[in-house]
Design a protein around this ligand. Structure first.
Ligand code: SF4
Length: 212
């Protein structure tokens, strides 16, 4: 890249966006991966770049909770939790001073956005960028307000305000609702019982998903 922010590949100039992203190898290279990361991240950034490409922030994606790409050091991190499912981490700062955290309500200890479907990841990320750019940041120091300061903003504003914002946003409100308790149909229970020695007391059959 030259001093003007252009790369020169085959003598063709192309403008680089300051919005950075990266990922671990994920599926299918890593046998520990639950889901795509390297294959998903370019699609994610393609959706976000038209609106937020001018911002000097960072996004990290990994295919499982081992987090080899260290998404917690990015402004926004997405960590694979299952096939085509990702958990949000936010509040990391690239100066290395702070690690991001999952979105947890400090009063109830409820974890939000723990299993976000792949198709909704860009929408949640977009809403968080929108929150940052439309909020009055006069309470932040000039260091925190500089380009690349969104992680500091999340830390300063805190999880309660972020949760409130995402609940009030029509695009993300549904993702913030508790999921109904999960239960197998009678037919599924019958199939499981007849196909293996697993009994109905197996935790699998009593698994409940409380929240995304
Ligand atoms: S974070 Fe998980 S999926 Fe990605 S490379 Fe590491 S172990 Fe593999």
């Amino acid at each position: 890249m030259n001093d003007n922010g252009y790369s020169e590949v085959n003598n063709k100039k192309r403008k680089y966006s300051p919005l950075r992203s990266g990922s671990c190898v994920g599926k299918d290279t890593c046998r520990l991966a639950y889901t795509d990361s390297e294959k998903f991240e370019p699609h994610l950034i393609d959706i976000l770049e038209p609106r937020w490409g001018h911002m000097s922030e960072s996004i990290g994606v990994t295919g499982c909770e081992r987090q080899c790409f260290r998404p917690a050091t990015k402004t926004i991190g997405w960590i694979g939790t299952g096939f085509n499912m990702y958990m949000l981490k936010l509040g990391g700062t690239e100066d290395g001073r702070n690690q991001g955290w999952p979105l947890v309500d400090p009063d109830t200890n409820e974890i939000y956005l723990r299993n976000v479907p792949k198709k909704d990841v860009a929408m949640v990320t977009d809403a968080l960028f929108g929150f940052y750019t439309t909020t009055n940041m006069s309470s932040l120091s000039s260091y925190e307000r500089r380009q690349g300061g969104m992680g500091y903003f999340f830390r300063r504003i805190g999880p309660k305000m972020i949760i409130q914002w995402l609940k009030s946003n029509s695009k993300t409100a549904d993702l913030m609702k508790p999921l109904p308790p999960f239960s197998y149909s009678r037919q599924q229970v019958k199939q499981v019982k007849s196909s293996s020695s697993i009994s109905t007391s197996t935790p699998l059959l009593h698994k409940k998903i409380h929240r995304r």
